[in-house]
Design a protein around this ligand. Structure first.
Ligand code: FAD
Length: 385
């Protein structure tokens, strides 16, 4: 056991672990963050950076998303870095009458909250996106939306946390937890065992295996999601564009493509997602995914024929079976907290992680987090024999 004890040990150096560490250091807590590999190397390093609003499935979740979204504009100056924040808006392409109905309902939710949103006919869509084969769609729903660099956000949080005293250890995979009397007393890595008054597991898709080390089964699921990025191109897209029914497609079939495109400020176009159901974490691009994504792109945006692809990547995209995050104390272990399975991660992480730092400070979940407690998935854990 190392001599020093921390107020908090945070496990995982992705967006969630980074943001939690930052908000804890704002409260003058001492923090040690342990990351198995390099910082932002999990799902956060694969993220397309969309601060999605339109994909909120319920009005109550939309309100949380909007509350988080409103923090993003001032977050770069707060963290002292350029997040490459912009608000290009999003066009959800509508294929059929059922999609139209769902989109029309979401547009009315947004309008009621004074968020810019409207339905576009096929003709309006053609004028808005001349490079799209608009005849393949009934029209589209436009909604306000933002975009940032997930690397800048993650490193912005981590650098600010470090400036405020947090210690960050990379290449430090957590391999076990020592427990006594319903508490974690040590967090083990191959090199050291660390002690902290409270431990927060923010391991994304790896959270299930991390918590299994304590005996708690949190049903964190994930899909294998693939994306790619083009060479720099002249401005061709002024909005993010995506197919409707993203989550239906993602969670419905075994292998599917749901096209999403956005042009970055530097001219590159990020194209996602080839999705595959998966039970094993694998961060390799697949033989089916990239060709399938390229075919879908060419079908709807012929202009991309011959454009060079600079990089492809893949990562698990984590979620809980009810598509709500798991945030709260692990039942049966007083000082072990989990924060994983963020749905619409970019807009919600700043909100939820600030709430997490408040909650662990006062020893109970703030009201907004109560519905997300992992207690909904199980009862207490038996003490180790
Ligand atoms: C292709 C793709 C595109 C996406 N696009 C978007 C988007 O546009 N907008 C959006 O909001 N969301 C998007 N997402 C989802 C979003 O990226 C994730 O929800 C989010 O990054 C999860 O952050 P996290 O910190 O919880 O997990 P992660 O970023 O995965 O962080 C977990 C960390 O824990 C570390 N770890 C694992 N095991 C251990 C261990 N034993 N010890 C120590 N550390 C460990 C991992 O190495 C990892 O760094 C996308 C996901 C994918 C895959």
């Amino acid at each position: 056991m190392t001599g020093q004890s921390y107020d908090f040990i945070v496990v995982g150096g992705g967006l969630a672990g980074a943001a939690i560490s930052y908000y804890l250091t704002l409260q003058k807590q001492s923090v040690l963050l342990l990351e198995a590999r390099t910082l932002c190397s999990g799902s956060s390093g694969a993220c397309a950076g969309r601060a999605q609003i339109f994909e909120s499935e319920s009005e109550s979740y939309l309100d949380l998303v909007l509350a988080g979204f409103s923090k993003l504009e001032s977050l770069g100056p707060e963290l002292g870095c350029d997040l490459e924040w912009e608000t290009p808006g999003h066009l959800s392409l509508i294929r059929d009458a059922e999609n139209w109905e769902t989109c029309s309902q979401k547009v009315s939710w947004l309008k009621r909250r004074n968020v810019p949103a409207e339905l576009l006919s096929q003709d309006q869509l053609r004028k808005e996106v001349p490079i799209l084969k608009a005849e393949s769609f009934l029209g589209a729903a436009f909604a306000h939306e933002g975009h940032l660099s997930p690397f800048h956000l993650c490193m912005g949080y981590l650098n600010a946390a470090r400036r405020q005293g947090a210690k960050i250890r990379i290449d430090s995979p957590v391999t076990g937890f020592q427990r006594t009397s319903g508490r974690v007393t040590g967090v083990c890595t191959p090199e050291n065992t660390y002690s902290g008054a409270q431990v927060i597991v923010a391991g994304g898709a790896w959270t299930r295996e991390l918590l299994a080390m304590t005996g708690f089964e949190l049903p964190v699921c994930f899909t294998h999601a693939e994306a790619m990025i083009t060479e720099k191109l002249p401005p061709i897209l002024s909005h993010h564009i995506g197919m409707t029914g993203f989550y239906d497609v993602v969670h419905g079939g075994n292998q599917s493509v749901t096209l999403g495109l956005g042009q970055h400020l530097n001219g590159t176009v990020l194209i996602s997602n080839a999705i595959q159901n998966s039970t094993e974490i694998d961060q390799n691009s697949t033989f089916w995914g990239m060709p399938a994504l390229a075919r879908a792109l060419k079908q709807y945006f012929p202009i991309f024929e011959g454009v060079r692809i600079m990089r492809t990547w893949a990562a698990p995209s984590p979620f809980l079976p009810d598509y709500a995050p798991a945030i709260g104390w692990v039942p049966g272990i007083d000082n072990l907290f989990v924060a994983a399975g963020f749905h619409l991660a970019v807009p919600t992480i700043p909100l939820f992680c600030e709430d997490i730092a408040k909650s662990v400070g006062i020893g109970r979940l703030v009201e907004r987090l109560i519905p997300f407690s992992p207690q909904r998935f199980g009862v207490g854990i038996q003490e180790e024999a």
